[in-house]
Design a protein around this ligand. Sequence first.
Ligand code: 3EB
Length: 324
Amino acid sequence: MKVYFLTGEEYPSFFDEHKENIFRAVHFSHSFDNSDSVLGRASIVPIGEKSYEIWVSEDPVKKFVRNNTLVYQSGNLLYARFESDDSAGLEDTAYNLYLRVFELRDSLNANLVRIWNYVPNILDESDNLERYRQFNVGRRKAWDEVGPKNNNNNIVTPSASGIGALGGALKIGVLLSTHKPIHIQNERQTNAYEYSQKYGPKPPTFSRATYVEGVGLFISGTASIVGEDTLHVGNPIEQTQETMNNIETLISLENLSKYNISKEYSLKSITDWRLYIKHIHQAKIIEDKFLDIIDKDDVNHILLHDDICRKDLLVEIEGVIFEQ
Ligand code: 3EB
């Protein structure tokens, strides 16, 4: 799989050239319209010229409908999108949407690998609870009831990102695999599904990264959180450094070998990056710091202007290492 970040000008001809092989296409935009079946629209405004993220498979992509959901398939990977308006309240919407995610997973007999949660107005409050926390309550309830579990009946969680959106529906992008993924935690950070109630009545459900043999490593949205607390409140440069420290530890051989993955990755190995930035005026210093830390020419990345799921987080960074 190859990931391309493109401008609005580049996209149409790129699409025509690659359409049989497009596995996932995301457009970052003000628009809430999602009627184009190929293009998933995330209601997040990009910073800079690039506004499309396109995943292109080496082989033609199969498309089929299952449980009323369009599914893309490339080798052992599957991708699907879900969305729903939260007219009933975000807790119920998240609960119902996750029931559909688990239904699809069961029907495909596949495993969850990586999830993107686009939560509209993520930091707003209603009924005395922040919307991200409402989302977590509904997601966890669905997970406890019918989500994936291990032999000890503990929940199994894929890598994920939980980020804001300008409005419109709750949208969830789901990457699955018919291969067995390995979900990875980070000793610098409390397991997210074990966060205390300080961060909401129910903890989020994700792992720090997920590895699929022969495919690669998917790194969750990562922030300046050590243990379970936000560090460097108000300081975007220090938050960027701490975030990258978290990712570096996460992908280290020392950490991966706990899961019998013997890969010598470094930050330079990460093939594609998304940076979510809360304040547009901090974009340049965050990007400069990020590029300075990686210290490599041509880092394939996109900057997005977005609220992150805690008021005090200024930046969240995710990445992927595609093995081929
Ligand atoms: C954190 O580490 C930052 O709710 O699915 C990162 C990745 C975050 C995924 C999610 C939230 C989610 O807690 C936030």
